[in-house]
Ligand binder design. Structure first.
Ligand code: TRP
Length: 449
């Protein structure tokens, strides 16, 4: 019974669940702040190129591995290429997912704090500078930050242990269109602000002088983060896809929707940033400074704020559920332990990472790794090292090691769809473009270029 293995997606809802996993804080929190730090337009152009040349092909390759075997990474590689060392890549995926979910939960905690202060009516009514101070005071408060992070993790693992993640995913997928509509309302609102064109120029005027290597690395890491690539998440999801689902179409649909949400988040944030004369490079706190200002512009601002943070909460929890499932499924498959035990181990490890990250703006702010606090360090190594490395391994495995007819059969569903161009494109990107691009990034890290 393959569906017994893990419980997060029925085969029916698997594609919808994949969209749920992809759309999250990555699109709404991380994409704008990264674009803001890296000068806007040129970063976005590189991001879009990464989605096209790396994201979509690697997504399809994860789908090919998962759906051809209906197994997660390790079992799939054992079945497709017995004896191949590529199966050890599963460990990188699990570790990456644990670290990412650990610091990501801290941001989910911030969402709860902002939801709480919206509900209690305290969020709005301040000046733009005050919002910046409010955020700094909040993250500098260890008790509060840790409390919300732990509450979030508790909810996340409660959902997973009660086996109700399907229900949550269904609710989240009903809410997703509302989140989308809300983003559009906020975008229109931002575009009507005085001097909003400065924000649009920032977003869409391409000036490579602002980018540099750091921007390229960030754009690449962000495209992997946003599409949930490189840590075997999509292999596990696609192991539940129906055999007649069209992998090419699904990958293109999921990537397009995900990218659209990110761009909308940018259009919501930057016109307001410039209109209120804030710095676009405020870093991780960017959306928490500017969103209250945006809500304030609208009649019934508090209601908009509550709605937005509720929807963002659901978008976030579907992402953390999928991130947690990577390690839970791995532990069950690998060590044949019960689901509850696997959840307990995953929850313990993730809580440790999360608490350390939550404290990195206060008690542990002196701990610096590669010149960053713990949170920023994980926000760097998660996407920019673990996911890129995972993406490299996946690309090499499917592009060079896996038999061509497995790819062909999966993309065409045994010859039913035409795929000659798409297949040639995907294989070319996997064989040459992805490995070269990612290796260049790693050479840059170690200072060779
Ligand atoms: N893509 C999600 C976001 O943009 C984050 C995420 C969810 C993720 N599941 C993942 C990232 C699995 C990597 C792997 O918020």
């Amino acid at each position: 019974m393959k569906n017994k293995r893990i419980g997060f997606a029925t085969r029916m809802g698997a594609v919808a669940a994949t969209v749920g996993s992809a759309v999250g804080l990555g699109n709404i929190w991380r994409f704008p702040y990264q674009a803001g730090e890296n000068g806007g337009g040129a970063y976005i152009l590189v991001y879009l190129i990464c989605v096209l040349l790396l994201g979509v092909p690697i997504m399809m390759s994860e789908f090919v591995i998962g759906r051809s075997t209906h197994k997660s990474m390790k079992g799939a590689v054992e079945q497709l290429t017995p004896g191949s060392p590529f199966k050890y890549f599963a460990y990188i995926g699990v570790l990456g997912a644990l670290l990412i979910c650990g610091y990501y939960s801290v941001v989910c905690g911030w969402v709860i704090e902002y939801l709480w202060s919206s509900v209690s009516g305290n969020l709005l009514g301040h000046t733009t500078e005050q919002y910046s101070q409010i955020f700094n005071t909040f993250v500098g408060n260890p008790d509060r930050c840790v409390l919300w992070t732990l509450l979030f993790l508790l909810l996340n693992f409660l959902v997973l242990s009660r086996g109700v993640e399907k229900g949550i995913e269904r609710i989240a997928n009903v809410m997703m269109p509302f989140l989308f509509l809300l983003l559009i309302v906020f975008c229109v609102n931002s575009l009507l602000l005085p001097d909003s064109d400065e924000g649009m120029e920032f977003l869409f005027d391409i000036d490579f002088d602002d980018l540099g290597w750091k921007g390229v690395v960030d754009a690449m890491g962000q495209s992997f983060m946003s599409l949930s690539l490189g840590v075997t998440c999509l292999i596990t999801f696609s192991s539940y896809f129906k055999d007649d689902s069209n992998l090419m179409k699904d990958a293109v649909t999921i990537s397009s929707l995900d990218t659209l949400v990110a761009i909308l988040a940018g259009i919501m944030i930057f016109p307001a940033v410039f209109s209120f004369e804030l710095e676009p490079n405020a870093g991780p706190k960017l959306i928490f400074e500017i969103l209250p200002t945006i809500f304030q512009q609208l009649p019934g601002g508090t209601i908009w704020a509550v709605l937005f943070f509720v929807l963002l909460f659901f978008a976030s929890i579907t992402s953390t559920i999928s991130l947690s499932e990577i390690s839970i499924a791995f532990l069950i498959d690998e060590y044949k332990i019960s689901r509850m035990k696997a959840i307990a181990i995953t929850a313990t490890l993730m809580t440790i990472v999360a608490v350390l990250s939550a404290l990195s703006f206060s008690t542990l702010s002196d701990i610096q790794l590669l010149g960053r606090n713990i949170f920023d360090f994980l926000d760097f190594v998660g996407p920019n090292i673990f996911m890129l490395l995972g993406g490299l391994v996946t690309a090499v495995y499917v592009g060079w090691v896996l038999k061509k007819d497995v790819i062909h059969n999966q993309l065409t569903n045994g010859g039913k769809h035409k795929a000659s161009f798409v297949q040639a494109y995907v294989v070319f990107c996997l064989r040459y473009i992805a490995p070269v691009a990612i290796v260049i990034i790693f050479l840059y890290y170690i200072g060779v270029i």
